[in-house]
Design a protein around this ligand. Sequence first.
Ligand code: SF4
Length: 439
Amino acid sequence: MNHAKKLYIETFGCQMNVNDSETMFALLKDLEYEPTDSPSGADLIILNTCCIRAKAEQKVYSELGRLKGLKRGDRRVLLGVGGCIAQQEGEKLLKRVPYLDLVFGTHSLHLLPEMVRAAEQGERPSQTDFLDPETRLDLFPRKEAEGGVTRFVTVMQGCDNFCSYCIVPYVRGREVSRRSGDILREIREMTSTGVREVTLLGQNVNSYGLKSPDEPDFAGLLRMVAGVDGIERIRFTTSHPKDISPSLIACFAELDKLCGHIHLPAQSGSDRILARMNRGYSWREYLEKIAALKQARPGIQITGDMIVGFPGESEEDFLQTLSLMEEVGYADLFSFIFSARPETAAASLSDSLTRREKQERLDRLQRLQRGMTLERNRSLVGSIQQVLVEGTSRQGGQLFGRTGGNRVVNFPADPSLIGTMAAVRIVDAFPNSLLGEPQ
Ligand code: SF4
């Protein structure tokens, strides 16, 4: 009897990688690999890696060390590395990790089945070439329509911005936007399997279509997606503040389906540091865009990213960051200590702060944000929110879903509500979620 082979994928880093891992599962279905949730017992293990911070990179290497034991057993297990570290290291990885079977970069997903087949035959394939934009568009891997209520849809990949700290343009390549017709086709197919919310995904979605005269810009794309029957909610991530246009801001006033949430990373509140980061905006310009968004969609929830301890950051620069946070009133914030990445401009900047000083600043910033998040969540107590119910919550007997503003709500209700939009009264608020009761 022929048994399906087991595939375990461990995903590191961002949503783009989560999305790519889903694509890998779909691509390898044709080779009769089915998902498993543990590496022990898997026939093929793939680490889909991230190198945006040194810590993420170290995690991958320690995971590779841990998995070495599985390769020593009686059963034949294939081990592959994909994603950003694979792109960065290429064939060197096969030398550095002699028990590794395949390495594939960020532009090579479409080659994965062929590479796995070769690895099954005992070869050790490696592919990390960047594709030219046209070929990339033709080979843009798409996911199968396979259900769930919410799905991510890649609309563009890569980045041309070269923020001085960021490795993405080096490991994901230059910006390329998918054809709008392909995106709409994929979304329409998804609706036939019950998808009601899509999140349009890209490194910098605001620059969607700007290189293609025949394609709409991002605001135009949002309007097209809003016209798809069956789609009730649209989100997008990630946005660059310098590229958020008046027509995109107007979408928040005009498109009911567009959720009242935006992730708009400021990274710092100091103009001196923003210039060193090559971000292309001042704190004042950032706040003007936030004000315009709040005017277009009153109550919009704003989340962001902040880097602490960028080379040269003074106490005054840091205080400006805290003050920008208060001015914006972030619903949530991802914050990190600066991590020097190879090849990037910021890696060569001199850095006078100690690790301890950076950690102390990060603690202060996160303390401030925790207070603001809880306050924001508490302000929703008593309100009735439309919640798209995504599944059963870890708390027994409860369902969970998200508000338009992207806050997670748990509430007791019958599982038949999964996949529907439910009116839920918020009765309590916690740092990471809300508690509700169905109306
Ligand atoms: S916009 Fe800047 S931070 Fe974002 S992916 Fe591009 S280079 Fe990196």
